[in-house]
Design a protein around this ligand. Sequence first.
Ligand code: CUA
Length: 376
Amino acid sequence: MNDFLRRILFLPPQASTVARTIDTLHYFVILTTMAGAALVTLVGGYFLIRYRRRDHDEPQPHVRAKEAKKVTLVLEWATIVGLTALFFVWWVIGMRDYVELRVAPAGSMQVYVTAKQWMWKFAYPEGAHSIADLVVPAGRPVKLVMTSRDVIHSFYVPDFRIKEDVLPGRYTTAWFEAIEPGTYQIFCAEFCGTSHSTMLGQVVVLAPADFQRWLAGEERERDVAGQRYTPPAHPYEEEPGKPVDLAREGEKAAADEGCLRCHSVDGTPHIGPTWAGLWGATVPLEHGADVVADEAYLTESMMDPAAKVHRGFSPVMPSFQGRLRPAETAAILEYIKSLRDVAPLPGGRERQAGKVETTDGGVAPLAPVTPEEDGR
Ligand code: CUA
C-alpha cells in the first residue's frame, strides 16, 4: 500500500528513518481531501437528480423544515463530533511526529553546515571539511547545525523528506538518519539569487567502516551502492589530507577575537562567565528565567550579548555581529563544547562582575574591551 501510493504520487524513495512517517501524513491528507471531495460531489449529484425540474410547468417541490429537522440535527452533530475527534486524533499523532522530526536523537553525529551563494559547506567536529558533498555513515542519526553567510537558503533533501531554512546570523537545525549507503540529491529550496538553481549538493551515505576511513582521509574513491564515487578533489579546506580540528580552530579564533580576555577556559572567575563546563549547563539570567547554553543561546550571546545576560555579570560585552565569520562562530561553539567536562572553579559562573581580581589577589576596576580599543 505504502509503495503503491508512493509510486502513484511520484514521490522519491524513502531513504531516511522519518520518510515513511512523513509520507503517511501526506497520504492521509490526500486521501481525506479526496474522500471529502467525493462526498460533496456525490451529495451534489444526488440533489441534482432528486430535485431536478421534471416538467417545465411543474412547481418546485416545497421542502418543509419540520420533516428535515430531525435528520439534519443528527447529521450536524455527527459531523461536529466526527470532525472534532478526527482533529484530536491527528493532532496527537501530528504532535508526536513533529517532536520526533524536530528533536535530534541523543548521540547524533553533528555536522556544521554553512550555506553561501551558491554552495553548501560542511564541517565535521573531527576536522574534515567538504564542499557540496555531505558524507555521513548509514544507520546513525546526523544533526545538522546550519547557518548562512549571506542570504536565506533552504537545505532540502527530498529522499530524506527534510527541508529547513538556513538563515544568516542564526542557527537552525535538522536531523536525519540515512538507511542505506547511496547518494542523495541536496537542493536549495529558497530562491537566493542568480545561481539558486545550481546550488546543489549530494549526501553521500557510506557504510560505517567506510565513513571512518573517509574521515581519516583514506581511500578516496569507492563504491557507493554500486556506483563509483570520487570525492571532490579538495575535501579539506586547509592542506589536503590534513584534518583540521574544529575545536582547535575555535580556540585560535577565540584568542584572535579577544574572547579569552574576558572568558576563562579553566573555570577561573573573570569578567565574563567562564567557558569551562558551560556547554549544556543551565544559565540563570539577569531578568528571570533560565536558559540552556546550547548553540542558539551561545550564538545569540555572541551576536546580541545584551539580550540574555548571565545573572551576576555586567552587560559589557560588545556585539560580534559582522565581526565573526559563521565558520569562526561554529568553531568557537565547538571549542566551548570541548570544554564541557572542565569543572568551573567556585564563582566562575556566579561571581559578581564590576571588579576583577588581579593575579596577586588585589582588585582592579573593570575595563571592558570595546571594539574601538581593540583597533577594529
Ligand atoms: Cu541558496 Cu537558493
